[in-house]
Design a protein around this ligand. Structure first.
Ligand code: ADP
Ligand code: MG
Length: 691
């Protein structure tokens, strides 16, 4: 039987099960082989109870010393079990009378479960257990037990059985290895066949610690192949985009010069360099795909405007898209101030424009009467027609993944022509990560802040000194005529609860600071309400703005000089850096107070110290990557977007340089392997390959 055959050829897979397996993207036996364990259970040894740490998933064995029913909020059965080295509590919330009578003092048990810290001692909640007799020696497993991602209606046990059948077939047949032997040899990694056998069915000789940590050569081999597939698919995507035509834009630069004469500042060397890189792309007959990274306040908007005027002078329209209404409005203000004096018309597409205004703006875009459109994703709704769209600028793009990037491009295309695309983000992305997550984009970095900015002074203090912080807010607002932000603690996952917490904070602050005008913004306000409040803060009608993290990106209020962040230890570093970037936007000296709640872990201390020590967004991103991993840096959505099966960007970051090099080798010497390799790992989710 070949590995390409349908799963229905396996024992236990009828039409119903097959359908459920489809939901996991599993169609053929080969797919099943690439449905990899995401972790292992170690049932190969019995761990002394005295040596247990919370978080460990282990087998223990011992004798029940006491067994009691506890009546509290929830009735539960508690059994204390001991093995001489220490004792542990087994906690059952659901149990039958039969279980209760079986779990009596003096009974010997072998249990498997996760160790947790309980109120009095370490616990296992609902462990798997079986009773064993003192005399009999019951063997432990020889191999680590793989744990597979499951779906509703397909149990872990069935997946293990299916994997076993698939492996039996793998031993007869051979799976195509797209990594040539000479490359593997050079890297010291096993063949695909060996690697698959090892990760699904670790042999008893396998280095258990390596496998559990994910750095066993078999796992590394598969992780490398997976990262390679992702990288190649993005490179292929980039190549495909370059097959499209885009209007080459090479105007004299008259309009841009007018803008530069108008600006109250001169551009920094970094801004000028990035503009030059953009110009070189715009002059090409295929679409630009450029990511501009620049720290908060580095002046990305002026760079965007310079690019926009180039396109406009060449006779094309420009769309500027922001992720929120508030940011879109801020762009509208900037672009209006810069473009109107030059005699250019703007269109504004927002969720809240009235029907008449909307019609007028749509007509302006369709006729070409408006040179530039500003808006949220409303810009790309079906009824929006551009006359000649030449350039799309997307601000704060780190919130979108590759799919959204492509959807945008598709919507902007017209008559086979694709507009140039410029993407701007304030989230600095370390180079190694960019290679995996953004290999389809060219990248520019604005690595310099405009002169005259006083760095934000950052202090880290315990929330036990809250009174001092409140006094500081009073000083800044009532005595120095400045404004302040107070970002509320991020305690609850639920938005409702977060808003409640913010409301409470605002009320307490209003009581403590009766002479200040205080506003409150949170995620449950209607966009119009939120914007009205922001506008009042911007016009200095409000002194203090209490907020949940909705003010995270882009908002520009130069008179605000103080940022207070509660429970700072709960935020990602990149997010804290963004929040801090809301102050220090004028020339006045500003500060940021990071309040934490005790006890602060060692890692928490390091993280907050990183913010105190540097104002450099790239350095912070680098440390964030080190301390918390790529999810934090890219945003969970972004890294989740990659949907990696076995590779882990953080754990496997040392593989990344090999990935780029192997990709080049493969494209040059074994180009026929590229497409099947991508298909194997990305399968159906690879839709974006055919833009
Ligand atoms: P960001 O990169 O965070 O989007 P902005 O484009 O909002 O930054 O710019 C932040 C502030 O700096 C704005 O008030 C802008 O007018 C100003 N700015 C931009 N470039 C310069 C420059 N070269 N010199 C002085 N100020 C500048
Ligand atoms: Mg900006």
């Amino acid at each position: 039987m070949s590995l390409a055959v349908s799963l229905t050829n396996l024992k236990g897979v009828g039409p119903r099960v097959a359908e459920r397996l489809e939901r996991l993207g599993l169609h053929s036996v080969e797919d099943l082989l690439f449905h990899l364990p995401y972790k292992y259970q170690d049932r190969t040894r019995i761990v002394p109870i005295g040596s247990l740490r919370p978080g460990a998933e282990v087998v223990i064995e011992g004798e029940i010393e006491a067994s009691d029913i506890k009546f509290g909020k929830r009735r539960s059965l508690l059994c204390r079990i001991s093995d001489g080295s220490g004792s542990l509590l087994l906690r059952f919330f659901h149990f039958s009378a039969k279980q209760q009578s079986a779990l009596q003092r003096g009974v010997r048990l072998r249990c498997y479960g996760e160790v947790r810290r309980g109120p009095a001692m370490l616990e296992m909640v609902h462990p798997e257990y079986r009773q064993i007799s003192e005399a009999a020696v019951v063997a432990v497993d020889e191999n680590l037990t793989p744990v597979y991602p499951v779906t509703e209606g397909v149990a872990q046990k069935s997946l293990r059985q299916l994997a076993e059948q698939a492996l039996a077939l793998l031993k007869q047949d051979k799976v195509e290895d797209y990594l040539p032997g000479e490359l593997l040899e050079e890297l010291g990694l096993p063949s695909l066949q060996q690697a698959l056998l090892e990760v699904h069915q670790p042999s008893p000789e396998t280095a258990v610690a390596e496998l559990l940590a994910g750095n066993h050569p078999a796992q590394q081999r598969l992780a490398l192949e997976e990262l390679l597939a992702h990288h190649l698919s993005l490179r292929q995507l980039r190549h495909k985009v370059q097959q499209h035509t885009a209007p080459p834009l090479q105007p004299e630069g008259r309009l841009r010069q007018q803008l530069l004469d108008l600006l109250p500042f001169t551009l920094t060397a970094a801004q000028l360099r990035v503009i030059k890189e953009i110009d070189a792309d715009l002059a090409k007959p295929f679409p630009m795909q450029r990511l501009v990274q620049g720290d908060v306040g580095s002046g990305k908007t002026a760079v965007a405007a310079a690019a926009a005027l180039h396109a406009i002078e060449a006779g094309y329209q420009v769309a500027v898209m922001a992720p929120t209404e508030l940011l879109a409005e801020q762009h509208l203000q900037n672009f209006t101030a810069w473009l109107q004096p030059i005699g250019l018309k703007l269109a504004w597409l927002s969720g809240k424009s009235g029907a008449k205004q909307r019609r007028e703006n749509l007509a302006l875009l369709e006729s070409g009467g408006a040179a530039l459109a500003v808006g949220t994703h409303a810009l790309f709704q079906d009824e929006v027609e551009f006359n000649q769209l030449g350039l799309v600028i997307v601000d704060e793009q780190h919130r979108f993944g590759v799919h959204q990037r492509l959807a945008l491009r598709e919507k902007g295309s017209h008559d086979g022509r694709v507009p140039h695309q410029l993407i701007m983000t304030a989230t600095p992305i370390p180079r190694t990560l960019a290679m995996t997550a953004y290999a389809d984009l060219d990248s520019s970095v604005i690595d310099e802040l405009p002169p005259g900015r006083t760095p934000v002074e950052t202090v880290v203090i315990s929330d036990q000194r809250r009174d001092e912080v409140v006094a500081r807010v009073h000083r800044a607002c009532a005595q120095e005529g400045r404004q302040a932000y107070w970002v509320c603690s991020l305690i609850e996952e639920s938005e409702v609860l977060q808003c409640q917490a913010a409301e409470e904070t605002a009320a307490l602050l209003a009581e403590a600071l009766p002479d200040l005008a205080i506003g409150l913004v949170h995620g449950r306000l209607k966009p119009a309400e939120k914007e009205a409040l922001m506008a009042r803060f911007k016009s200095a009608e409000l002194d203090l703005l209490v907020a949940t993290t909705v003010i995270e990106v882009g908002v520009d209020v130069p008179n605000a000089s103080l940022m207070i962040i509660e429970n700072a230890e709960r935020f990602g570093l990149a997010q804290l850096h963004q929040l801090r970037g809301r102050v220090g936007r004028g020339s006045i000296s500003s500060s940021c107070v990071l309040m934490y709640h005790k006890p602060l872990s060692q890692q928490g201390k390091l993280r907050l110290a990183a913010l105190r020590e540097t104002n450099d967004g790239f350095e912070i991103a680098r440390r964030d990557l080190e301390l918390r991993g790529p999810g934090e840096v890219l945003g969970t959505r972004q890294s989740g977007m990659l949907r990696l099966r076995i590779a882990d960007l953080e754990r496997d970051k040392d593989l990344l340089p090999d990935v780029a090099r192997l990709a080049t080798a493969l494209l040059q010497r074994w180009p026929q392997n590229v497409a099947p390799l991508i298909q194997r790992w990305l399968g159906d989710s690879q839709r974006y390959g055919d833009v």
